[in-house]
Design a protein around this ligand. Sequence first.
Ligand code: 5AD
Length: 464
Amino acid sequence: MAAATPTLEESAAYITRSGKPTAAEVLARARTSGRPALQPRCGVGGHREMAALLLELEREGAPDLLTLTIDSHTRLRRFESAERALRTDHRTLNGYPLVTHGWQRGRELNELVAVPLEIRHGSPDPRELFATAVASGVTSFEGGGISYNLPYSKDVPLADSLAAWAEVDRTCGELARLGVVMDRELFGTLTAVLVPPSISLAVSVLEAVAAAAAGVRCVSVSYPQGGHLAQDVAALRSIPLLAARYLPPGVEVHAVLHEFMGVFPRDRGHAEELIFYGALTARLGGASKLITKTYQEAFGIPDAAANAAGLRLASVAGSPLLDFVTVDEAAVGEEQEWILRETAEIVEPVLSAPRLDSAVVTAFAAGRLDIPFSASRHARSEVIPRRDPSGAVRYHSPGRLPLSRASAERNRRLLGGPADDASGASLFAALRRDIDHFPLLFGETPEGAPAGPSPATPGKEPAP
Ligand code: 5AD
């Protein structure tokens, strides 16, 4: 039997005396330096294998933070299935089952590497996982009551996931009072399929407001690279402005870029060009952190060598020699103005309600909040995104989102015509092309491509 989980006071004392920097400290330092902190995803089932993976990544890739990516059984609280897999064949797990291994092994991993650890998972109810993470000395925890429910689960009521995550956030508040600031990273990537920036940011604003009210003191707002430089830089630079507008003072907020989360080119060179482009985007957008990808992305979970290569490639974009790389500031300014405006139009009616959590539930049920291609019964998924001719992600249809007429018309104009000029089969084909944007840009044939997320299979689970 594993020893009883330490109390919060004991865990806080362990973290403080470990002498390791917390994730919040690493992020603050990165923001000041102007060079995004780098972090890979990584997780395997076996404990010894996980330890070896972390050591290899630290040695070969020099990340600023490391990850424990958690397996699917644990994400869904199927702890017995995780245990069975560990007993029979740990290689069948798609991540590290931290709850099953227990907090003492968690501490072993934490003490093995110099950099702080983050948990990335995808759980609508992460309470046991969070408790084990804190006891392990992990100082960053990804997810949120909206962003770890709607993209992943078919039928978990939003009220349930919001309540579970509120407990996590309240515990972060208690930890802050004990002197340990946990970083809470929100999953703005959502379904990872053509997510309009204002939807990603609106969901993050709502989760951040709830987290701050519960006592969270450090929030990382992650945003998925869409692939249009001015739009992505504008979205990243909007994050501190949204924080100033909607969050109380005293909450640290960091912008985080997820390197492209959609269908990746298969060719190694093409994949590496996209990775480098993502890393430059993070730098130009002033991100505190970049979550990296690898040249094996099109084929599944990367091995350690590819993962380390992805880190090294991303770090090249941080070189002081690249100070000459700039972005069209006028285009960024224009995008940013509209991103802020659309985000305000989406979040402000919800924020003005007396109770945030019930307002979120009602708004998703009515489609006034929405995310594209959601698997969940608790979101309508009536929003239809498209890429415009320059590659930026726009609203082909905003569904029932309360966008102003000016915002809706601008989206329509940039897409080049009235919303109903593409429908049925031609809309489906156009969406397919938008989703395959990067492989097509590089001249790769979509035939035979591994099945990426497609509008025909909206339930496909994005990995966190
Ligand atoms: N280790 C490394 N990367 C992982 N991903 C999912 N699970 C793991 C894991 N255990 C990555 C996928 C994809 C992203 C969404 O998450 O490879 O790049």
